[in-house]
Design a protein around this ligand. Sequence first.
Ligand SMILES: NC(=O)c1ccc[n+]([C@@H]2O[C@H](COP(=O)([O-])OP(=O)(O)OC[C@H]3O[C@@H](n4cnc5c(N)ncnc54)[C@H](OP(=O)(O)O)[C@@H]3O)[C@@H](O)[C@H]2O)c1
Length: 166
Amino acid sequence: MDFSIIVAMDEKGGIGKDGGLPWKLSKDMKHFRETTIGEGNNTVIMGRKTWDSIPDKFRPLPNRKNIVLSRQENLILPKNTQLAHSLNQALEQTRHNGEVFVIGGGAIYQEALNHPACKTVYLTAVHASFDCDTFFLPDESKWTLVSDSPIQEENNLHFSFCVYRA
Ligand SMILES: NC(=O)c1ccc[n+]([C@@H]2O[C@H](COP(=O)([O-])OP(=O)(O)OC[C@H]3O[C@@H](n4cnc5c(N)ncnc54)[C@H](OP(=O)(O)O)[C@@H]3O)[C@@H](O)[C@H]2O)c1
């Protein structure tokens, strides 16, 4: 089953710093929420460190099936959150009639980008450069820009919502 990546990235491919996001953009959070919830039957797959970065009161992400990737056998997760030990195992656990989004972080994106079923990237292009320690590094020759929103502005930052297809 095909799946998508959703990511926000700065001009140098930066996506994270010290286990968190380098910026605070509520418009992007809204875009993320609306895109990943869709019709309400979707699945989000994330790395264990991204799971850890979400405050308790906001996780699991509501109205979506949450799957956390970890190599730990005994990782404790809430009852309504699933554990998977590989990306393929996670993909097997997704809901069959909804969309599937890989939501980060850097390690999981890299594996997802190389997966043959990864067909779409929802990219928030942040038009600035931050001090980051985690990066999103796609092979640009594989991806075609199919849509680009008007420029958005918040907190003196400019950004746009792009969609790329394999
Ligand atoms: N800008 C964005 O759109 C965006 C989105 C999401 C996250 N982020 C940022 O990205 C950073 C986190 O990224 P990260 O690369 O450090 O961590 P991550 O990808 O979120 O999680 C890495 C962890 O996932 C597990 N894992 C990785 N590959 C696996 C595999 N093949 N099979 C099973 N488990 C696997 C391992 O967990 P165990 O150690 O438990 O085995 C690994 O330590 C944070 O700064 C976060 O804020 C940014």
